[in-house]
Design a protein around this ligand. Structure first.
Ligand code: GAR
Length: 196
């Protein structure tokens, strides 16, 4: 059985979708949900599912990213994950940390990469007049939101969309896409999935 650690910063709806998918004949199980935000809503949802949780608050580390990542690594190593899923984890990770887990770390990003790396993805898609938006799951490499794409899901951008209405259309697709990609990834299948 593969062990999957999930890193969150917020409500954790993608974490819930991932955790709830790892049942029955699924070849992986969640081994840890870790947040850098002490009161992240996802922590209670993980605990309610019986998943071990941890907090590594980035704030006391101030600008010392290496020390923050050292604490992150220590917590992760205790859980001994085979795969790490970033699921709304809103800290930039340095190449040192990424190299440690390279080839074993996935991220979900709310845009059709390579478009709109970084923040405010939905506002930027609307601003650009795009007909489509969506989400991408990719392998994490040292380039921010730049690693190999393992899956994408598309939705239309509708007239009158705000960033919030578009996000509400994309999020359910994230919940379909990420478990789909993870299941394949843990069996060694990296061929990209395209939904719908
Ligand atoms: C999701 O939309 C995810 O794609 C996004 O944060 C949200 C987290 O929601 N991630 C990023 O923007 C990463 N740069 P969740 O906590 O409910 O899963």
């Amino acid at each position: 059985m593969k062990r999957v650690a999930i890193l969150i910063s917020g409500g954790g709806s993608n974490m819930v979708a991932l955790a709830d998918s790892m049942v029955g004949d699924h070849p992986a199980r969640p081994c840890l949900v870790l947040s850098n935000v002490p009161d992240a809503g996802g922590l209670a949802k993980a605990a309610a599912r019986g998943i071990p949780t941890a907090v590594v608050d980035h704030k006391p580390f101030a600008k010392d990213r290496a020390a923050f990542e050292g604490a992150l690594t220590a917590a992760l190593e205790q859980a001994a994950p085979d795969v790490i899923c970033l699921a709304g984890f809103m800290r930039i990770l340095t190449p040192g940390f990424i190299t440690r887990w390279q080839g074993r770390m996935l991220n979900i990003h709310p845009s059709l990469l390579p478009k709109y790396k970084g923040l405010n993805t939905h506002a930027r898609a609307i601003e650009a007049g795009d007909a489509e938006a969506g989400c991408s799951v990719h392998e994490v490499t040292a380039e921010l939101d730049g690693g190999p794409i393992l899956g994408q899901a598309r939705v239309p951008v509708l007239p009158g969309d705000s960033p919030d209405t578009l996000a509400a259309r994309v999020l359910p697709m994230e919940h379909q896409l990420y478990p789909n990609v993870l299941r394949r990834f843990v069996t060694g299948d990296r061929t990209p999935v395209f939904l719908p």
